[in-house]
Design a protein around this ligand. Structure first.
Ligand code: SF4
Length: 86
């Protein structure tokens, strides 16, 4: 199930909650009420980029988007990455 947390419209406020940019509602990161709505749009994160490979169980994988390969977190925001590729 998709979570608000992975949505492009999610604005992080602190380690427990965020706000939806569309509805302006406060929404929890996990637990009750954390499931996404039908307006969900996948946020640009390393984990959904084609250059991200071989994540382990902690979500740590390899970024192959640049000349030099490096490790990356799947949950890392990629909205400002010039090599982001979906
Ligand atoms: S899933 Fe829906 S409610 Fe949640 S942040 Fe995205 S648009 Fe807003």
């Amino acid at each position: 199930m998709m979570k608000h947390y992975d949505c492009k419209n999610y604005i992080n406020l602190d380690c427990e909650k965020g706000q939806c940019a569309l509805s302006k509602n406060l929404i929890p990161i996990d637990g009750e009420g954390s499931d996404a709505c039908p307006m969900f749009m996948q946020a640009e994160k390393c984990g959904v980029c084609k250059n991200f490979a071989d994540p382990d169980k902690y979500g740590v994988g390899t970024c192959k988007g640049f000349a030099k390969e490096n490790w990356a977190y799947a949950s890392c925001g990629a909205f400002a990455c010039e090599k982001f590729n979906k």
